[in-house]
Write a protein that binds this ligand. Structure first.
Ligand code: ADP
Ligand code: MG
Length: 898
């Protein structure tokens, strides 16, 4: 036998098996059993127990009602769903009624307090089909509802495209159809795309075409989806329908927000795959786990939450349409050119509320008076903004200004109708003067209370009881309180209502009458106020499309102005975009590295870049570790990306033939978390690049082949380079620490060689961070090892091994080259012939002079502290020095004593 409360809990839990059930008990939401254990761990709260009749003690954990929001937000962030069960009857004797009032899921929570302001909060739905995928998403805080379909061509390519788009959107929750039974056909015939955010399998019925079409038509009150542009995209419709159904079930309050559906194409935008997004650190830095050192962190000078969200979105989706890019650049340039305007705009924007979310709150009829007044204040700023923009002669602002509708009627309505509750008026939301009926009711109530107040004085007078008081109590209403000693003086018309310890309470017919008047008026005040306030919210909700249009225009102004501000601050220039495939950057810089170097008082060394699809197709970059190769590669990719986002770029000049995709494979990061070996991941990403790149793409490869042995590594790297120049023909930057690769691939047509220069003086290397044409003969790895503090004897031993191996390898390689006979037409490039001949000559001449080794040797000799050496140490040292000297000079090692 379980207790009734336990029975009630178990019934409820059975209806919500996939959610954590929050069971309201007084001032706490309690969780039991498995839920309690999971939540205790996720929230770092104490796991206790509670006796439940014969069930014995069950695990329990609770969160206080008043702090529920923050705990809820934490659970949602970790991908949990929470079913909130409230008490629905007054606490009294026996079991309290309870009901689940809402199931909160990561993608359907819209309360501003639980969400970061500068990020959108998307719920997505993914619908697989025979030939591809449909994708729909909605921002539940703003009502942005969009849909698209990836069903053209190879399903495998569609999958990549949908994955990239999902990454761009970054939904908090993504719905996928749940197979109804195990016998059902596999819901994802081409494999389920990887989704960021929490994946929620959802009843497949709601993904049905018929059901979805009807749901959408019903919601928008239309007979065809033609107007939304998706009538002929069944997969898109099915995904959108599922979203609608899911919102209806989990948070129907949000449905009115969805006022339209936008069908989008991913054609005019640049696809960025997962590896590229991660490698370029657009929004987030893996190393520091923050946004601070990301591109967004460096560029985000936006002043409003709307602007912040827009910037985040556009960084994830650079454009490929030149006219569209130029339009953005024009606006940024207009702000760059006008310092005063920029300052005034930034100041104006700084105080602005989140018009998008505030409008959405009004539309949900959830906005508080404070929120409405914030919306009004934002609207009040709009005309000033329009005036500022109009005062310039910049055509770039015309479209923006045209969309900045100040919605004067909405602002005026809020001013007229809404009262901020303060102090005594804590419960009032409607302003006096807005509605005559309401004012009359308020007057009646106030007058009643005043009359009662005067009655107190009159009754004191009449009875002579100086301590007589009229008091109010929520159960008994008004009463005249007379203390015990004064009871004999109570007049006949007093009727006793209540007995207290030291006093008794009475009423008079007149008091009763006034009380009735007041209560009646109060009741009607509440009802009328509700009605009026709701009416105001509805009226604002009806204006939502215009309000959101204004909000979006403000967001754009904010983004352009902020980009301009950063451009001035960091000395960025306007890039020139072209339709060819050239890429010419003069004195380019890495925006993020530069900013952090500047913070530390250092300067960034700029570098040039020339790439095209004819003579400079692939740059093979060598150089020691820490010389700046990776920085250079990323910098080129970031400059292109920034340009196509519509931002100015860190360079002296930049001419950019528009890129359709940027591919990167950078560094040998550990992807162990994703469950794949680094090398496997590296190869998978390289494979994807070779398969998907076009001659309009930009490819950045950093240390490909590093994850395996040297011989394999070089072989793979070389094969990749060959394929890139011979077949793919995309502009490519390829960094490698295999300097032999330059010998092997440098002769290919279109391949250029450069190195990240180092200066060497007295055996010390300095990284110049300057990219210079030509190959680098060696890797300086041991120098770096020494800089890093490897013990001197280990460094010294490394030199020994290296020099020995180098000698052997040169001999072997040269032999191979000779045997292969490079005159067989394999290499038409004259430079390479010379390079190979020179290798052959040095080999034939016998000894390659190792200046590196020599310097090292002399270095170490000068560094010796003879005074502190024992004779034995000195002899051992001398022996080592001699052996090294022989290695350096290439003299065969003599057997000891020979
Ligand atoms: P590599 O890939 O060659 O090992 P990185 O690109 O990682 O080298 O650069 C190593 C460090 O050198 C960077 O963290 C940065 O601080 C510095 N650096 C790189 N490029 C520059 C530059 N152009 N100017 C100034 N410092 C730079
Ligand atoms: Mg590197």
């Amino acid at each position: 036998m379980v207790t009734p409360a336990r029975r009630q809990y178990l019934d409820m839990k059975a209806q919500h098996p996939d959610a954590i059930l929050w069971f309201r008990m007084g001032d706490f939401y309690e969780m039991f059993d498995e839920d309690a254990k999971v939540a205790a761990q996720a929230l770092h709260i104490t796991l206790t127990g509670r006796p439940f009749g014969k069930d014995g003690r069950v695990p329990m954990a609770g969160v206080p009602y008043h702090a529920a929001h923050s705990y809820l937000a934490r659970l949602l962030r970790q991908g949990f769903r929470v079913a909130i069960c409230e008490q629905t009857s007054e606490a009294g004797r026996g079991l309290v009624d309870r009901a689940v009032v809402r199931v909160v899921t990561p993608g359907t929570v819209a309360e501003p307090a639980m969400l970061p302001a500068k990020e959108n909060s998307y719920l997505a739905a993914l619908c697989p089909g025979p030939a591809g995928y449909g994708l729909a998403y909605v921002d539940v805080t703003t009502g942005e509802f969009a849909v698209t379909e990836f069903a053209d061509g190879d399903p495998a390519l569609c999958r990549v495209a949908v994955e990239n788009d999902l990454l761009r959107i970054g939904p908090r929750e993504c719905l996928v159809p749940k197979p109804e039974s195990p016998e059902d056909p596999e819901p994802f015939p081409h494999g389920r795309p990887q989704t960021p955010g929490h994946v929620t399998p959802y009843d497949a019925r709601f993904f049905g075409l018929q059901t979805a079409t009807e749901a959408l038509q019903g919601h928008f009150g239309v007979v065809s989806l033609e107007a939304f542009g998706c009538a002929r995209s069944p997969l898109a419709i099915r995904a959108a329908g599922a979203i609608l159904a899911y919102l209806g079930e989990s948070n129907a309050m949000l449905l009115p927000l969805l006022t339209g559906l936008r069908t989008y194409q991913t054609d005019g935008t640049m696809h960025l795959d997962a590896a590229t997004r991660r490698n370029l650190e657009l929004h987030w830095t893996g190393r520091t786990q923050t946004a601070a050192h990301s591109l967004l962190g460096t560029l985000d000078g936006t002043k409003t939450a709307m602007g912040g969200r827009l910037l985040r979105r556009i960084l994830a989706q650079p454009l490929t349409d030149r006219a569209a890019i130029e339009e953005r650049l024009d606006a940024v340039e207009a702000f760059v050119a006008r310092t005063t305007l920029r300052m005034q705009t930034l100041t104006l924007l700084a105080g602005l509320g989140d018009m998008e979310r505030l409008t959405a709150r009004a539309r949900q009829e959830a906005a508080t008076p404070r929120e409405l007044l914030a919306l009004r204040d934002a609207l009040h700023a709009v005309p000033t903004l329009v005036t500022l923009l109009h005062a310039t002669d910049a055509p770039a602002f015309d479209t923006l200004a045209a969309h900045l509708d100040p919605c004067t009627s909405v602002a005026a309505l809020i001013t007229r109708a809404v009262l901020v509750p303060e102090g005594k008026e804590a419960s009032r939301r409607v302003r006096p003067g807005y509605d005559a009926d309401f004012d009359a009711l308020v007057h009646t109530a106030t007058h009643g209370r005043e009359t009662i107040a005067t009655m107190e004085a009159a009754e004191r007078e009449r009875t002579g009881i100086r301590s007589l008081k009229i008091k109010y109590n929520s159960v008994f209403g008004y009463g005249i309180e007379v203390s015990r000693p004064n009871l004999p003086h109570v007049p006949d018309d007093y009727r006793r209502t209540q007995t207290l310890t030291h006093a008794e309470r009475f009423v008079t017919p007149a008091l009763k009458e006034w009380e009735a008047t007041i209560l009646h008026a109060e009741e009607r005040i509440t009802a009328r106020e509700d009605e009026l306030y709701r009416g105001v919210l509805r009226e604002i909700g009806a204006a939502a499309p215009v309000l959101l249009g204004t909000a979006r225009a403000v967001a754009h102004v904010d983004v352009f102005c902020a980009l301009a501000d950063r451009a001035v601050q960091h000395r960025y220039i306007r890039p020139v975009l072209t339709d060819d495939t050239a890429l010419q950057i003069v004195a380019g810089r890495h925006p993020v590295v530069e900013a952090s170097l500047e913070n530390a008082g250092d300067t960034f060394i700029p570098n040039d870049t020339i790439l095209d699809t004819e003579t400079h197709q692939l740059l093979l970059l060598t150089g020691p570790n820490m010389a700046g190769k990776s920085t250079y590669l990323r910098q080129v990719a970031l400059i292109v990306l920034m340009a196509q986002v519509g931002s100015f770029v860190p360079a002296e000049s930049a001419r950019i033939g528009i890129v359709d995709r940027i591919f990167t494979r950078i560094g040998a990061q550990d992807d162990l978390a994703a469950g794949a070996s680094t090398f496997l991941v590296e190869m998978m990403e390289t494979a994807a690049i070779l398969r998907h790149a076009t001659p309009r793409s930009l490819i950045v490869l950093d240390e490909v082949g590093r994850g395996t042995g040297t011989d394999d590594g070089i072989a793979i790297a070389r094969a990749v380079v060959e394929d890139l120049v011979e077949r793919v023909r995309a502009r490519t930057l390829f960094a490698t620490h295999y300097h032999n690769l330059t010998e092997q691939a440098g002769h290919l047509p279109g391949v250029h060689i450069a190195c990240a220069a180092v200066a060497e003086e007295d055996g010390e290397v300095t990284f110049l961070h300057r990219i210079t044409p030509g190959a680098m003969g060696k890797s300086y790895g041991i120098h770096v090892a020494r800089l890093a503090g490897l013990p001197p004897h280990v460094v010294e031993r490394a030199w020994e091994i290296l020099n020995h191996r180098d000698t052997e390898e040169t001999e072997r390689n040269t032999e191979k080259e000779i045997l292969n006979g490079n005159g067989n037409g394999h290499s038409p490039n004259g430079d390479a012939q010379i390079a190979i001949r020179s290798v052959r000559q040095t080999a034939l001449a016998g000894v390659p002079m190792d200046t590196e080794g020599m310097h090292g040797l002399l270095d170490d000799l000068t560094a010796l502290d003879l005074a502190r050496m024992t004779p034995l140490e000195a002899i051992a040292m001398l022996d080592r020095v001699q052996r090294r000297a022989r290695l350096v000079l290439g003299t065969p090692t003599l057997a000891r004593g020979a």
